[in-house]
Design a protein around this ligand. Sequence first.
Ligand code: B12
Ligand code: SF4
Length: 495
Amino acid sequence: MNVLLLSMPDSFEHMPPVAIRMPNGALTSLAGNVDPHHRVSVADLILAHRHVRETVTQLVRELDPEVVGLSIMTFQRRTAGRIIELVRALRPEVKIVVGGYDPSLAPEAYEDMGVDYLVRSEGEVTFRELLRALERGSGLESIGGLSYFAGDRWAHNPARPPHRLEDSEIRKPNRDARVLKGYTLLGRQVDVIETSRGCTYDCSFCSIIEMRGRNFFTYSFERVLADIHDAYDHGARTIFLVDDNITLNVRRFEALCEAIIAAGLHKIDYFVQAMTSAIANHGETLAPLMRRAGFRYVFLGIENILEGDLEFLKASAKNTERTNGHNTGNATLKAIDYLHQNQMFVVGGLIVGSPGDTRESIEANLEFARRYVDWPYIQHPTPYPRTPMTKDFRDQGLIMNERLEEYDGTTAVVRTEHLSAEEVEFMRWKAERWMKVHHIPAALRHDPAFVLLRGWRMLKHTFRGSTIWSARGFESQKKVFERYREIRRAEREYV
Ligand code: B12
Ligand code: SF4
């Protein structure tokens, strides 16, 4: 069968396509796991975000797919709906399959969107079985994790348990299936790889637990190294490890760093997400190893520096430092220190705008970011489907905005007990732009050609809404913020 897999073009403030265009790891993994006789094409629409309609039209005409699959996050739901309409208009008989976080956690939202099949949670085996059933014309009732339109109603088969990843049933991704070009992270070709799936924590803002339960399964190092080699052979010089929480097993992570060094793959730049507690409690051995293995940017899930907010986010445990088996406070500063001592950059993941937040508590977090993080990744709590936090916000009547396309993490859609959503967003926006400017010298040293050629476009993007008048102080920052929000609204019209 001819299969076309699409990821959505919608991006958010901290991943501007002018500098960052990352592949979606789910689609190449699906492509690598269908039966080999199918012809699968993968198109990451972030690579064509200004020409979505034309690109999808051309792909559907040229590739003539019988099945089109879409990978969707919640803030991309509206764009997905428009793409589904377009594909249907171009090829009315096509079978449309959706998967990813949003369809898995809000399947009911897709029942009237012109979709034929919905794959819940992990997709490799379910999608493979679905294609087999479509080819043979056999029944769908026995395919775990599948929902489908059964003539007059939607049927939801029982869930498929998370895959243990230990056998070789889930094969490596198929990167040859990609049909668009231009992946980049600050000028270097970027790719994504996975070494594990799952997490055993239960942060209230995170979708992972509802998506797959609390568990942690790992791929063998042999597979991981082969995957890194494959990404390198396809041109990647920066690799993002998309594991939900690779630092759950620190000893394994250290062994992985050693394996990367032994395999000579440490010339690549790596980017990873980590818990502060893991880095603080094991940094003495872990951080130097990470550096030697090529890790350059570490996204730290700091979430918040104030204990009250951490409790609301249910993120205290993963931010706790331990000494001789006893809790000895917040792990953040120690973790940052270990990373900096080993010449790694900290991408500071913070969340501001929880119910109890005041102007002072938000400012304390912003000041912390100014002083200690190299690249801010500050977000607002966002009520994604079925997270525990969503229920809290709804119960307290604090959700101010139901336009899901604005649920991109940097648009405040909830208010606090003390501040409006707009005020919270304004405070973050005003502070964060300047923090980003401070990282330019470091980026210049590592990627001079990119920064010299593209730096001004990145700055223009970061400061969009500003004018000569506002720079000279003749216009208030509130006015610039309003203009920025207008521009942002227009950017969201991808199709
Ligand atoms: C890595 C990651 C990123 C990377 C993305 C790299 C990339 N291009 O892939 C970065 C850091 C850039 C990122 C950014 C964002 N992310 Co993010 N990210 C993740 C993370 C940690 C892992 C996702 C991943 O790649 N998993 C590995 C792949 C193989 O698994 P998968 O995507 O789940 O796909 C499987 C199934 O879902 C299914 N499937 C998926 N698509 C499809 C399609 C079809 C047709 C089928 C059949 C099946 C299928 O099959 C796949 C294979 O089993 C998750 C989860 C987490 N623990 O936090 C969040 C997560 C996906 N991100 C999330 C969000 C909100 C964002 C941001 C909006 C803001 C933010 N919080 O950072 C931005 C937006 C990015 C953008 N487009 O601009 C949310 C999504 C919530 C939701 N309900 O939509 C998550 C769940 C985190 C959370 N807050 O809970 N993210
Ligand atoms: S530690 Fe990370 S992956 Fe695990 S539940 Fe918390 S935010 Fe999600």
